[in-house]
Design a protein around this ligand. Structure first.
Ligand code: HEM
Ligand code: FES
Length: 441
């Protein structure tokens, strides 16, 4: 019998080498089996591209591209070294590097589908957010502090855009611009994503003012304007320096709506096209205005946005995620203590390192909150997770135990942030997740 050498898979970014025992395992399976965090939003179906890797060495030792991978490579214009880990198998040694490390990077990937050269007209929601009080920060702080504060702003204000399926288009002075629907999608979803992002940004700024900025004696305010309409999207510019650009009247109007906040002393204003873009009576609206925007002959209706009329589960989850997972290891250890106390026999199912297991669980919880803005991917991801759990020996009756342990840990960790509404949002989301996974037990 010839001795068949098992392939070595080297993960260059983390300097880890794995001997791949199972010839039927894809490179993504290899990561999952070895507790290496590897994003796979669509559950290995070749749709989301989050599992993408760069092959550093041993390109010819991988199986050829599948049809779906060929199509992805063509649309996104990848070079031959980029592969989808869920679509390829190693026949011999390979060195690879994971290319998408965090869920927050995922949405910027939409830019790969934007046409080169000729711009295309696409219906999008455009959000302009302006930070007020910035001049005071610049005049009263040293350069190092200003850079630190600015980076914090861009992070806390950018996250709500990214977590809601948007992309960060530009930073212009003290403004940040987000776009929703660049790669398509339904109008109501794109408008709702932009609205949720605006409310998330408002919450994030409030929190920043009450925590990190207290020491700087700064109270930042912001103004947001959102509009929906057809704009031209493409990679434009000098042939030697093209960059992603969005142009058109809806973009200028969004910027003007944002500025209008200053005149009428509001925080978030939305245009009539956003207001009409979401189902009737879903938004809590304050004042209504009618204004003639520069360059327009007609009056534009503008509405002050206060929030959603009913609790929005995604917004609640998004606003509490960071706080909840501020100490991931502690969260995971409290959670597993509860599970093992309720069902000691379950302990035997866990064969590998519990600290890495805890990190994977919290990584996955964060990923699930991000994937909620792409429900089709989420469903496919949960199918794979449910199937792998069935192989680990997890049974239907284990799911309620995990659900109640998670909710108790969340309630404890929420501490001062706790509210019945917040816990109920987590309960609704986790019930959906565990029910979906349970189908495969
Ligand atoms: C909210 C639901 C759950 C989530 C998000 C979750 C998440 C995860 C993740 C990300 C992994 C890493 C491996 C992989 O991706 O396949 C994992 C492994 C595992 N999970 Fe879960 N899980 C959930 C529910 C459960 C339940 C109900 C049980 C049963 C007690 C369970 C027991 C296990 C076991 C035994 C492993 C393998 C650990 C090992 O090989 O040492 N999980 N889980
Ligand atoms: S494309 Fe590989 S997991 Fe989605």
């Amino acid at each position: 019998m010839p001795i068949i050498k098992k392939p070595n898979i080297t993960y260059t970014g983390i300097n880890q080498e794995i001997v791949l025992d199972d010839p039927n395992a894809t490179l993504l399976d290899c990561s999952i089996m070895n507790q290496i965090p590897h994003l796979h939003e669509c559950g290995g179906n070749g749709r989301c591209t989050t599992c993408r890797i760069r092959v550093i060495e041993g390109h010819n030792n991988l199986t050829p591209r599948t049809l779906i991978e060929k199509e992805t490579t063509r649309i996104r214009k990848w070079d031959p070294s980029i592969r989808l880990a869920c679509q390829c198998y190693a026949k011999d040694d390979v060195s690879i590097e994971r290319l998408v490390w965090t869920s927050s990077e995922v949405n910027q990937l939409q830019l790969e589908t934007v046409p080169d050269g000729v711009a295309e007209e696409r219906a999008i929601a455009i959000l302009f957010c302006d930070i007020r009080g910035f001049t005071k920060i610049v005049s009263e702080n040293n350069t190092f502090d200003i850079a630190h504060i600015l980076n914090r702003f861009y992070t806390v204000l950018g996250d709500p855009i990214l977590i809601n399926n948007g992309i960060i288009y530009q930073y212009v002075g003290d403004e940040i611009v987000g776009l929703f629907g660049v790669s398509g999608g339904m109008r109501d979803k794109n408008c709702k994503d932009a609205i949720r992002a605006a409310l998330g940004m408002q919450y994030a700024i409030k929190r920043l003012n009450h925590t990190e900025l207290v020491d700087f004696d700064i109270n930042i305010k912001m103004g947001i304007g959102i509009n929906f309409g057809k704009a031209y999207i493409g990679h434009l510019g000098h042939p030697k320096h093209k960059q992603f650009a969005v142009v058109g009247d809806p973009v200028n109007t969004a910027s003007r709506i944002q500025s209008f906040n200053k005149e009428v002393k509001t925080s978030i204003l939305i245009s009539d096209s956003i207001y009409r873009g979401v189902p009737k009576d879903t938004l809590d609206i304050g004042q209504e205005f009618s204004n003639q925007m520069a360059g327009h002959e007609h009056q534009t209706k503008i509405y002050e946005l206060k929030g959603f009329k009913e609790m929005d589960v995604q917004l609640q989850l998004q606003c509490s995620l960071d706080y909840l997972l501020r100490n991931e290891e502690e969260f995971a250890s409290k959670f597993y203590d509860r599970v093992f106390e309720k069902a000691p026999e379950v302990r035997l199912l866990f064969k590998k390192n519990m600290t890495s297991q805890g990190r994977l669980l919290t990584h996955m919880l964060g990923g699930i909150v991000y994937s909620m803005s792409r429900p089709d991917h989420l469903k496919m991801g949960l199918k794979l997770l449910g199937e792998s759990h069935s192989r680990y020996g997890v049974r239907k009756e284990h799911y309620p135990i995990v659900l109640s342990s998670l909710l108790e840990t969340i309630e404890e960790e929420l501490g001062e942030m706790y509210s019945g509404q917040l816990l109920s949002a987590w309960e609704q989301a986790l019930t959906i997740i565990t029910s979906e996974m349970k189908k495969y037990a």
